[in-house]
Design a protein around this ligand. Structure first.
Ligand code: NAD
Ligand code: NAI
Ligand code: ISE
Length: 336
């Protein structure tokens, strides 16, 4: 019998994940939806032709007998309460990033999951499922460029809404690098600093844009990430690892190279949904398979917690201008 999935939050990614569960992936269908904006939830059902019940409240959806597993795709500040509610109900839950908006919130989820004795949570960090990042990881693992020494990254969005303010550059955007670079380097962070270049004229008074985040890892690897969310020209993700013997660059998304009218041109994507479309498919199929086999894998609540510890330090670094130390407890054996 297919897995019956309940989705809390029918915004941009809630709708996109509903589409992929019903039309792209196998083994599951969307049986229930909820959104704080009930009309929007009903519209998602109509637009996507979902055979799903609309619930007035996320907790009622979690309790429903028509729901085997939960997807939390509502705004970040609501994630913790819904993930804790799903754990209390003993149901597997896929939660979009961030797992919770603070490290304390993530730790409450870690503690609740460990108390059940089995993994129930997968966090929506999709970059480790991207084939380009996997090429980087494989090359590092076989020692292609010796030991990594430095990493240069950029996370650029064409634009963001007015509601997007300075800390969101960390909590909403950099959080992807905080997760994927831990995974890529098999290392943890020890300090963070944030530097503010000259502001673009396309930002507003509550958003410092661009920003440069400097991180150091336990092994002494130095990382710089440019976060630039009003870059205008496209959605552009860059990652370059400098090692003892050479440099590895994240491959560009495949695109036609056109020679025409004295120019050589290739397109740059503008939408995050397209840039990581295959990675989203693979991560969610893994979650569905994990639910069906009673064995959840993928980015764990501990990974969500580790990214949030670093994220909290980066926000403090934004506010103080200081180099902020980062420290975490040792990983519980439950997550090994
Ligand atoms: P969105 O604003 O388009 O959609 C969020 C939806 O959640 C809205 O419809 C809102 O009404 C609903 N919502 C808010 N509070 C709710 C509550 N308490 N109960 C039920 N519904 C509630 O946002 P989005 O772009 O879809 O992002 C949603 C989440 O997904 C965020 O956490 C975001 O960080 C994450 N996200 C991740 C990626 C990725 O690349 N992994 C991409 C986009 C979004
Ligand atoms: P969105 O704003 O389009 O959708 C959020 C939805 O949540 C809205 O429809 C809102 O009404 C709903 N919502 C808010 N509070 C709710 C509540 N209490 N109960 C039910 N619904 C509630 O946002 P978007 O872009 O879809 O992002 C949602 C989440 O997905 C965020 O956490 C975001 O960080 C994450 N995200 C992840 C991405 C990724 O690449 N993994 C990409 C984009 C978003
Ligand atoms: C969005 O929420 C995402 O998660 C995207 O992957 C990211 O690139 C973007 O900056 C966020 O706003």
């Amino acid at each position: 019998m297919p897995l019956r999935v309940g989705i809390i939050g029918t915004g941009a990614i809630g709708r996109d994940h509903s589409r992929r569960i019903n039309n792209v992936l196998t083994g599951a269908h969307v049986s229930a939806v909820n959104d704080v904006n009930v009309e929007q939830a009903q519209k998602a059902v109509d637009d996507l032709d979902l055979k799903a019940e609309v619930f007035a409240n996320g907790h009622e959806l979690i309790q429903s007998n028509a729901v085997d597993a939960v997807l939390v795709t509502s705004w970040g500040p609501t994630h913790e309460e819904f993930v804790l509610s799903a754990i209390a109900a003993g149901k597997p839950v896929f939660c979009e990033k961030p797992l919770a908006t603070t490290a304390e919130g993530c730790k409450r989820i870690v503690d609740a999951e460990i108390a059940t004795g089995k993994r129930l949570v997968q966090v929506g960090f999709m970059r480790p499922y991207d084939s380009g990042y996997q090429l980087l990881k494989n090359a590092l693992t076989i020692g292609e460029i010796g030991d990594p020494l430095m990493v240069h990254c950029a996370h650029r969005n064409p634009e963001v809404p007015e509601s997007y303010v300075t800390p969101m550059a960390i909590q909403d955007t950099l959080i992807h690098e905080l997760d994927v670079l831990r995974w890529l380097l098999d290392d943890d962070y020890v300090s963070a600093q944030v530097i503010y270049p000259r502001r673009t004229r396309f930002t507003h008074s509550k958003l410092a844009d661009p920003q440069i985040v400097l991180l150091e890892t336990k092994r002494g690897i130095r990382i710089d990430v440019e976060v630039f969310v009003n870059c205008k020209y496209g959605y552009d993700i860059q990652c370059s690892v400098v090692g003892e013997l050479g440099v590895l660059n994240l491959p560009e998304p495949q695109s036609l190279l056109v020679r025409k009218e004295a120019s050589l041109a290739t397109n740059i994507l503008t939408d995050w949904k397209q840039r990581f479309i295959k990675a989203y498919d693979v991560e969610l199929q893994e979650f569905i398979n994990g639910c069906l086999n009673s064995s959840i894998t993928g980015p764990s609540a501990w990974d969500g917690y580790a990214a949030s510890v670093a994220s909290d330090a980066c926000v403090e670094a934004q506010e103080t201008g200081a180099i902020i130390p980062i420290s975490m407890a040792d990983k519980p054996s439950f997550y090994s």
